[in-house]
Design a protein around this ligand. Sequence first.
Ligand SMILES: NC(=O)c1ccc[n+]([C@@H]2O[C@H](COP(=O)([O-])OP(=O)(O)OC[C@H]3O[C@@H](n4cnc5c(N)ncnc54)[C@H](OP(=O)(O)O)[C@@H]3O)[C@@H](O)[C@H]2O)c1
Length: 391
Amino acid sequence: MISVAIAGSTGSIGTQTIDVVAANPENYNVVALATGTRLDDLVRQAELLRPGVVAIGDQTKVDELRRRVPNGTAVIDGPEAMAQIAETADVTVNGVVGFAGLPVTLACLNAGKRLALANKESLIAAGPVVQKARATPGAELVPVDSEHAAIHQCLRANNNPDRVDSIQLSASGGPFRGMNRDELRSVTIEQALAHPTWSMGPKITIDSSTLMNKGLEVIEAFELFGTPAGLDGVGVELDQIEVVVHPQSIVHSMVTYSDGSTIAQLSEPDMKLPIAYALAFPDRYPAAFGRINWGEVKRLDFEPPDYEAFPCLSLAFEAGRAGGTAPAWLSAANEVAVDAFLHSRLGWADISSVISSTMDRYDNQPADSLESVLAADRAARATTTKIVEQR
Ligand SMILES: NC(=O)c1ccc[n+]([C@@H]2O[C@H](COP(=O)([O-])OP(=O)(O)OC[C@H]3O[C@@H](n4cnc5c(N)ncnc54)[C@H](OP(=O)(O)O)[C@@H]3O)[C@@H](O)[C@H]2O)c1
């Protein structure tokens, strides 16, 4: 029996993780749940799953949570509570959104456990700090992001990392694929939230519409597969990671080898599949969450991304190349800009220009400690907030 802790249990990744565990109760059980603010949902999940511990980020709700959880479920509180749940299970699924997921990522790896990582922002912002934590004996990072789960699988088609030529990261293109800069000036929140192939939380859905999600994923792929300490240690450079727009979201990513052969991973666009992969690896989850009906797949299209219409993608490549705390700045600036857009304080096209103005003020610091990453996150947020206010 594999015990599972879920951070961000009320969100899109969190609830789908519960579905995956519930579909296979002989092999998996949920022992801990943590979330940010949604108390009623957390209580319902605790009644259903009877975990040993739960935690809620909003400390004003802790007393009510204590009154309402079922007998046998303990509530842990305080600023470390979220991280503590990551030490309780064999596997922690980190489905927290944004930089707030960093304590979970670090606590799980530092405890020498498996981290099923959906929260890409923690790896992007704090890459070198997370790499150190990954060196903890027993620690293991298995990506949940569908593209990185695909690459993780494609890399297992060959046992010589020196023969990897390049990685092709799939992008659906989002809801605005094919639109030019002029057409993009007037898009609305509702249009940006209507993703054509994936159903996800609001922040990542907006990131998908600007292609910042793909830019963040390039840096995520570099952290996972590029660095010598990387999960699969293939040592690719950032510019060996190519973005390929593939609107059907069936091919989740590819690896091309030195002989020109490309290995791809294909499945239905359903996040339960990479979640199940991360829980079961190196085994395979025994049941399928949807199968491709090959008789119905008429075509698979591929095209290059439009860097001019979607400047966030270039901003991410630039931050990845700059290294240091530039990815932390980029990710923090993006969180602030997306939040402002979702609260109608910015237009969609302003997201990239606000991030670009923030990156112009980046102070070129190394990301050599947790303190430096936290300081970078604070500085970038303050800078972007000011830029948004001045608009
Ligand atoms: N959704 C997908 O299909 C998908 C695919 C690939 C990668 N990802 C990545 O997975 C992560 C989660 O995405 P999502 O779409 O599941 O987001 P989501 O639906 O918005 O859920 C986010 C979860 O994080 C919790 N949370 C937010 N702020 C928190 C804080 N300060 N402290 C503690 N918990 C906090 C939320 O709790 P409350 O709502 O209770 O406040 C919620 O449970 C993101 O990094 C995203 O990029 C998602």
